[in-house]
Design a protein around this ligand. Structure first.
Ligand code: NAD
Length: 249
């Protein structure tokens, strides 16, 4: 028996990077994966590949998120796993001295408000089922300084971590687990775009990784599959760091 056999798993940001690798991993482990993203072509191709489904959704839009979860439950009968993973990194310098209010608010909206909305609208379904696993993608920068001056990004991920703890504690007795997955730097389009314009920034970050390399998305997907599955049945409200040793150094 595969450990995610027939589990209905919604993954946001499934068109790329960590979300894409996780969709593939979850499907290999038996899950019915519903890929959610703005990039319709990519998630439809993914659904063909995995035998799952695709829903185009802007996770910052309240009505769309509510409708997305209603559709998942109407189509599949339930939702066992919600991997709230979609996120952005500010393209330009994100130092507090340079970041404008618009860029700040955009990052909070995509990285933090979206997680609030996805949790808010999946929780009633999970409560009715009496079980569920929610995984929110935070980052190692939620627990320590990043050495790359990412003020809006770090603040948004700190918010995700705090919200995860609150929810994990609040719903622990209802069979719903809520955990924060905190990757170190991962070799995805998000990271490559961030460093493309600034090789020095990449070097500064790599210096802080004891393993001396960035993660591959599949390594984060493996951790997400663990959190999604009953192998992590005694874990909730946790800060699950997968960071090549950064936070321990
Ligand atoms: P990515 O850019 O490869 O993928 C992000 C996906 O999110 C894209 O497919 C994008 O279309 C989607 N997305 C963005 N805004 C959306 C919206 N409003 N509605 C729906 N979908 C939207 O990035 P990634 O590196 O795979 O990052 C995934 C998550 O991991 C993010 O939350 C990111 O902050 C976090 N993270 C990444 C790293 C890293 O180094 N790559 C490290 C720590 C945490």
């Amino acid at each position: 028996m595969k450990r995610l056999q027939d589990r209905v798993a919604v993954i946001t940001g499934a068109a790329s990077g960590i979300g894409l690798a996780s969709a593939r991993r979850f499907a290999q482990e038996g899950a019915v994966v519903v890929g959610v993203d703005l990039n319709t072509d990519a998630i439809e191709a993914l659904a063909k590949e995995t035998g799952g489904a695709a829903i185009t959704c802007d996770v910052t839009d309240e009505q769309t998120v509510e409708a997305m979860y209603a559709q998942v439950v109407a189509d599949h009968g339930r939702v066992d796993v919600a991997f709230n993973n979609a996120g952005i990194s500010p393209p330009e310098d994100d130092s507090i001295l340079d970041t404008g209010i618009e860029a700040w608010e955009r990052v909070q909206k995509v990285n933090l408000t979206s997680v609030y909305l996805c949790c808010k609208y999946v929780l009633p379904h999970m409560r009715a089922q009496g079980r569920g696993s929610i995984i929110n993608t935070a980052s190692f920068v939620a627990v320590m300084g990043a050495a790359t001056s990412q003020i809006s990004y770090s603040a948004s991920k700190g918010g995700v971590l705090s919200m995860t703890r609150e929810l994990g504690v609040q719903f622990a007795r209802e069979g719903i687990r809520v955990n924060a997955l905190c990757p170190g730097p991962v070799n995805t389009p998000l990271l490559r775009e961030l460093f493309a314009a600034d090789a020095e920034r990449a070097r500064r970050r790599l210096v802080h990784v004891p393993m001396g390399r960035f993660a591959e998305a599949s390594e984060i997907a493996a951790a997400a599959a663990f959190l999604a599955s009953d192998d992590s049945s005694y874990m909730t409200a946790s800060t699950f760091l997968v960071d090549g040793g950064i936070s321990g150094a």
